[in-house]
Design a protein around this ligand. Structure first.
Ligand SMILES: [Zn+2]
Length: 481
């Protein structure tokens, strides 16, 4: 017996039969994935562009090549600028910290170096890590000023035009937003009234000066639409605006490390300025139009575990409340302090593509035709050769969809035998769990009960009793009636 069948809501005699006699019954049907190749992509990798202690982009690329990475997506911080405005003129009386980042380095240089470090074996694509919005609490005069959400990050991919990147609608980006003349109507009237008063009353100059300060304080140049009172203060307004902007320009966004607790504690930034960012798994539910989220796979049960935030988002999609599903991306970087060493290449995304071209890679990411995996230090990683659902003559790969037909089967094939625990999630709940020493699992699928069912798989190898350390997490496949 190859598998120890642990738990099943639907343990039909057929399932038992299939498990008892796997080989004759579980032959792989000829499927459309046969002509696809697998590529390894590593995303969210930092370089010296956004932190001096990181290696150069060239060094990052040569390390990636040594580690058999096919696609490298450097993802440096776009803008590391925090501005604080003092009352009563926060638009004028401002202090700021502006650190190494892509905007400071130069967007054209960043794009050009990333393009040049490509080799015949290593494809590169530019990425950016972005803090769409931040806020302050406390006051410098009281000895404690805390910057909140500076580590709440969206990753932006697929933008290649300099002008689209430079004007990304991000708080404190001097190139973002538009001139808004409506903001200076009242200050302008004050200046005009002051000038009229000055004809008879020299003290009218004070009104003119007041009007001019008021005008500057409004910061009418490069105003982001989300700064308007109607949405300002609305949670995620800036993030949603950025997501929409990137989509409009042909790129896509991924929430970075939403469940990370690394920045939860208030930490000193410099002098009496501190930083603090709460985990933000709710961002996945409160925003739409983003492509996915990053996970380290190791401690993200709240997001990727059965019934977690990801399942809530997928359930919304299956119920027609969301226009697109979202995918899980492997990422190891969980903050600025994480260096780029050998370990960074443990977090890999394995894509199924027809050809090794940038458009195929982009397409695989966008369609969810990939799986995130965490390669542990001991020995070679475990790879997923197949993850698909076959329903008579249709085959859906990761991220795809099939219409249910009698005999529909879900298939998982690993590249080698290894002790593992495999959990199949159906519509957000644990559906089946297998534990054993085998390469493949094939399960007949029941008739779809909802308009749209979805299945995804979690695979653990090392800590077999723990459900918090996954080595492979598949993106879902959908089954419709
Ligand atoms: Zn980050």
């Amino acid at each position: 017996m190859f598998f120890l069948f642990i738990k099943s809501k639907i343990l039909s005699p057929l399932v038992t039969l299939l498990l008892l006699f796997p080989l004759p019954v579980l032959l792989w049907a000829g499927s459309s994935d046969e002509d696809l190749q697998q590529l390894t992509a590593v995303t969210h990798v930092h370089s010296y562009v956004s932190a001096a202690r990181h290696p150069s982009l060239h060094a990052v690329a040569s390390l990636a090549e040594k580690k058999d990475v096919d696609v490298l997506v450097p993802t440096d911080h776009f803008l590391k600028k925090w501005e604080y405005g003092f009352d009563p003129l926060p638009g004028i009386l401002r202090v700021w910290s502006y650190k190494a980042c892509v905007l400071k380095f130069g967007v054209p240089s960043y794009l050009s170096i990333i393009d040049k470090i490509q080799t015949p074996d290593l494809m590169t694509m530019p990425g950016l890590e972005i803090t769409p919005e931040y806020s302050f609490s406390g006051h410098p005069a009281r000895g404690q000023l805390v910057v909140h959400n500076s580590q709440k990050h969206l990753l932006v991919y697929g933008l290649t035009k300099k002008e689209d990147i430079v004007s990304l609608p991000v708080m404190s980006n001097p190139h973002a937003g538009e001139w808004d003349w409506t903001k200076i109507i009242l200050p302008f009237l004050a200046v005009v009234s002051g000038l009229a008063l000055m004809v008879r009353w020299p003290a009218g100059l004070l009104v003119v000066v007041f009007g001019l300060f008021w005008m500057l304080n409004q910061r009418p140049f490069h105003r982001l639409p989300v700064m308007e009172e109607s949405v300002h203060g609305t949670e995620y307004a800036f993030s949603q605006h950025l997501i929409d902007y990137v989509r409009e320009k042909g790129g896509w966004t991924v929430w970075a490390h939403p469940a990370s607790t690394k920045e939860e504690k208030t930490r000193k930034y410099f002098r009496s300025v501190y930083k603090q960012t709460d985990p933000y798994p709710q961002a996945l539910l409160k925003t739409t139009g983003y492509l996915g989220f990053g996970s380290s796979l190791l401690s993200d049960d709240e997001v990727i575990g059965a019934g977690g935030v990801w399942d809530q988002v997928l359930t919304e999609y299956a119920a027609g409340q969301r226009s697109a599903p979202v995918w899980c991306f492997a990422e190891q970087d969980c903050g600025e302090e994480a260096g780029v060493g050998l370990d960074i290449y443990q977090a890999r995304n394995v894509l199924w593509v027809k050809k090794k071209t940038k458009s195929s890679v982009s397409e695989a990411f966008q369609k969810g035709c990939f799986y995130p995996t965490m390669r542990h230090r001991q020995g070679p990683g475990l790879n997923l050769k197949k993850w698909l659902i076959v329903s008579q003559d249709q085959t859906a790969l990761s991220g795809g969809k099939v219409i249910w037909r009698p005999g529909a089967q879900l298939k998982v094939l690993l590249d080698r035998k290894k002790t593992f625990k495999i959990t199949i999630i159906q519509n957000g709940s644990v559906w089946m769990t297998f534990q054993g020493w085998e390469k493949s699992v094939t399960v007949p699928l029941p008739k779809s009960r909802a308009l749209l069912d979805y299945y995804r798989v979690l695979i653990e190898t090392n800590n077999i009793d723990s459900n918090k350390s996954y080595i492979i997490v598949t993106n879902p496949i959908f089954v419709t009636m």
